[in-house]
Design a binder for this molecule. Structure first.
Ligand code: GRF
Length: 216
């Protein structure tokens, strides 16, 4: 078996299809890392069932059990810390994280968003795209910063938008690309090929940038 090169924890709030896509690519060896746990804010999340089926510990850190955002966040940090992950993966985690956790995992926390950022941040990105009338849409995997849906972009994948699309049809088309983009971004992270320079993420080849044939 290939040696694993790291560990990660997934945060998810709902059905967890991205979580599943990531687990599948760990199982087939594409992602050279171990998923240590899945943490959710939603006791009814289907992601819990997916974790159970995969034999991965899951924890519920429910916002409603805490007095305020700060105590919630402290508990969330403690839950993550327990697994000491190299990377934190937000796979459909529907809460905005505070600055303490974002700073703690700076450069080590990724999110996926179902639009081509910076277009259509926030909720119902696919509906926003349909209503705006754009001709292409897609998904973005990015590092998390304190500004919502605004961190350095790692990978984007594009899909066409057709006149007959509604929010749901477009969301399904984008989701297929999400399931490819997220494992690829995680793999690049564990292969140590991601280099953040300001707001740009450069994908290097073991520390060397490809010269794209432009060498002297
Ligand atoms: C995905 O569309 C993701 O981009 C967004 O929330 C959705 C989560 O879906 N952040 P799932 O729970 O991974 O199926």
């Amino acid at each position: 078996m290939k040696p694993e090169s790291g560990t990660f924890v997934v945060l998810a709030s709902g059905r967890g299809s991205n979580f599943q896509a990531i687990l599948d690519r760990v199982s087939d060896g594409y992602i050279p890392a171990v998923c240590r746990a899945m943490i959710t804010d939603n006791p009814d999340a289907y992601a819990i069932e997916r974790a159970r089926a995969a034999g991965i510990p899951s924890e519920v850190v429910s916002f409603r059990s805490f007095l305020d955002k700060q105590t919630y966040e402290t508990a969330l940090i403690a839950a993550i810390q327990k697994y000491d992950p190299d990377l934190v993966v937000l796979a459909g985690y529907m809460r905005i994280l505070g600055s303490e956790i974002v700073r703690k995992y700076s450069g080590r926390m990724m999110n996926i968003h179902p639009s081509l950022l910076p277009s259509f941040p926030g909720l119902h990105a696919q509906g926003q795209a349909v209503r705006y009338g754009v001709k292409v849409a897609g998904c973005t995997v990015h590092f998390v910063t304190e500004d919502m849906d605004a961190g350095p972009v790692i990978i984007q994948r594009v899909v066409p938008v057709f006149d007959t699309d509604d929010e749901e049809i477009l969301a399904d088309r984008i989701l297929l690309e999400e399931h490819l983009a997220f494992p690829e971004a995680i793999r690049l992270f564990f292969e140590k090929k991601l280099c953040i320079e300001g707001r740009t993420v450069k994908v290097t080849n073991q520390g060397e940038m490809p010269d794209f044939g432009r060498g002297t």
